[in-house]
Design a protein around this ligand. Structure first.
Ligand SMILES: [Cu+2]
Length: 193
């Protein structure tokens, strides 16, 4: 009988610890979903005869941080064909362009998700129209000059679950579990004596 009671207490303790750990981890994970690109003009792989503006639509309103939302358009010659800075309106980024010789172009974008995380991507497309610009060596927009460099270091935000956080929660749970076991063993022993 005593063995059965002890077993029951150990199981109850383990269930409480597991529930606490699940709640801690689950809460942190739910807060870290970031925005994604929903659609774009031009679409990926699309062939366009004219293009005056690139527009990207995201799954939620982006954060309007200075220099955080950047769209550049690179031609087959590697030159820049965006003609203005990127503007943000809710979930949409828009950049005016004047394309050069027909060929394979790519839109390179970087945005600040509504949860503060940087997201980025590349959209290749083909231009079949006539040249309207000679392009530029660098972006005409000052904040986009370093756009091809790595995204800004905003990833150590409050929303994400770092390895350290998981380690602390798991470690804390283990300490509590060991404590519960020690108390149960001591109680069982003193009763037997
Ligand atoms: Cu995120």
């Amino acid at each position: 009988m005593r063995t059965r009671n002890t077993l029951r207490r150990v199981l109850a303790g383990a269930v409480v610890v597991a529930a606490a750990m699940t709640a801690a981890l689950g809460g942190a994970t739910a807060a870290s979903a970031h925005d994604s690109l929903v659609s774009s003009t031009p679409a990926e792989g699309e062939s366009v005869p004219t293009l005056s503006e690139v527009s990207l639509e995201f799954s939620a309103n982006l954060l309007g941080l200075d220099g955080g939302n950047i769209v550049i358009v690179l031609g087959p010659d590697g030159r820049h064909y965006e003609s203005e800075c990127t503007s943000l309106a809710g979930p949409t980024l828009t950049t005016a362009v004047a394309l050069g010789a027909p060929g394979d172009y790519q839109v390179e974008w970087r945005a600040v998700s509504s949860d503060g995380h940087p997201v980025s991507g590349v959209i290749p497309f083909t231009y079949t129209g006539e040249s309207t610009s000679a392009g530029a060596e660098t972006s005409p927009c000052a904040s986009a000059a370093g756009a091809t460099a790595a995204p800004t270091a905003r990833s150590s935000d409050a929303g994400g679950v770092s390895g350290l956080t998981i380690g602390l929660v798991v470690g804390g749970g283990a300490v509590v579990l060991i404590g519960v076991l020690v108390v149960i063993i001591l109680r069982t022993r003193s009763r037997e004596e």
